[in-house]
Design a protein around this ligand. Structure first.
Ligand code: SAM
Ligand code: SF4
Length: 323
């Protein structure tokens, strides 16, 4: 279905939990975020109903996210049911990779085609600091398993000045020998942690650095690049992507809506307005549910202003929405 600005909305990001086994400092405060009460989290059958309704409006790609989606019990059974829904062409999942070594094969067997793994450092100490306690070797073992199980892999690195910017070249080098898409994401001041201004590195600065050391070839964006501007280091097995939500928003080509684990539908990550889908989740309420989702799509703003005017958005944790 097209939104009011002619954008074709075919992608739903569904958060299945707000809980997480890490506490990345750019995503949540040290004490974590107040978890939603268990009863307020949608059941899997309710989520399946939402997705089924969304497919009637032309949603074809689903991304499962969180919090950390792999901490929710029953996730594999849910994914199997999701994959069986008519109209779904692609299932992707975003994970911090901590539990991935145990889940990779089952995810692939359940029908997950694509995996985004968030990884912000290749140094165990820095990784532990960024995530407030995460063990890098577990994520690396998870990536190995995911690769062996045949899923397409994207690594997402949030680039932060003074934190992990000295590793940008090492991350880019990963794309030379692995068929992965290594993506650099501009840091967003979503929770307004202290000194956030100093942390931001623009996509343009990242490109300048990469171009100094590598021969980068621009690629044409395809259906699967999403908001990333794609490049390849000459001769590399994989690709590089630059994602610039701050310096150059990509709202003009945005094709997505979001639903949180508590059933709040959002037309834009940065929007403060939600549509509560819970009153429309009864077995016989598919028409209401479809109407509610239509409203979300029609209400999609033309663009967000986080980059130009951070105060226009209320601080929030990505873990509560799904990123
Ligand atoms: N827990 C999973 C993970 O980390 O991949 C999925 C949920 S997490 C909220 C989704 C994505 O949001 C991650 O790639 C994370 O790096 C990104 N993210 C969270 N806070 C961010 C911020 N302030 N700026 C940029 N990206 C952020
Ligand atoms: Fe958890 Fe992902 Fe947020 Fe890190 S970015 S705290 S892994 S939800």
């Amino acid at each position: 279905m097209k939104d009011s600005f002619g954008r074709n909305i075919n992608y739903l990001r569904l958060s299945i939990t707000d809980r997480c086994n890490l506490r990345c400092h750019y995503c949540m405060p040290a004490a974590g975020i107040q978890s939603q009460h268990h009863d307020d989290i949608l059941r899997y059958d309710e989520m399946l109903r939402i997705v089924a309704a969304a497919t009637t409006l032309g949603i074809r790609k689903i991304r499962i996210t969180g919090g950390e989606p792999l901490v929710r019990k029953g996730v594999i059974g849910f994914l199997e049911q999701l994959a069986a829904l008519e109209g779904i062409e692609e299932i992707a999942l975003t994970t911090n990779g901590i539990l991935l070594a145990d889940y990779a094969r089952a995810l692939s067997d359940a029908g997950v085609n694509r995996l985004n793994i968030s990884l912000d450092s290749l140094n165990p100490h820095t990784f532990n600091e960024i995530t407030r306690g995460g063990e890098l070797k577990r994520v690396l073992a998870g990536i190995d398993e995911a690769e062996q199980s045949g899923m397409k892999i994207k690594l997402n690195m949030v680039a932060m000045r003074g934190v992990n910017d000295h590793e940008l070249l090492d991350f880019a080098a990963l794309s030379q020998h692995h068929p992965w898409s290594v993506r650099f994401i501009e840091y967003m001041p979503t929770i307004r942690e202290q000194q956030w201004q100093q942390r931001i590195i623009s996509g343009a600065d990242i490109l300048v650095l990469l171009n100094k050391h590598y021969q980068l070839e621009p690629l044409t964006s395809d259906h699967f690049c999403g908001p990333a501007r794609p490049y390849r280091i000459a001769g590399a097995a994989g690709t590089i992507g630059i994602i610039t939500p701050m310096s150059e928003h990509f709202c003009g080509s945005c094709n997505r809506i979001r639903v949180t684990s508590t059933g709040q539908a959002k037309s834009c990550l940065m929007s403060n307005e939600n549509i509560d889908l819970r009153p429309s989740l009864g077995v016989r309420q598919q028409t209401e549910l479809i109407d509610a989702l239509k409203k979300v799509i029609c209400g999609k703003p033309e663009y967000h202003r986080l980059g130009s005017d951070p105060d226009s958005t209320t601080p929030f944790s990505m873990a509560s929405i799904g990123g």
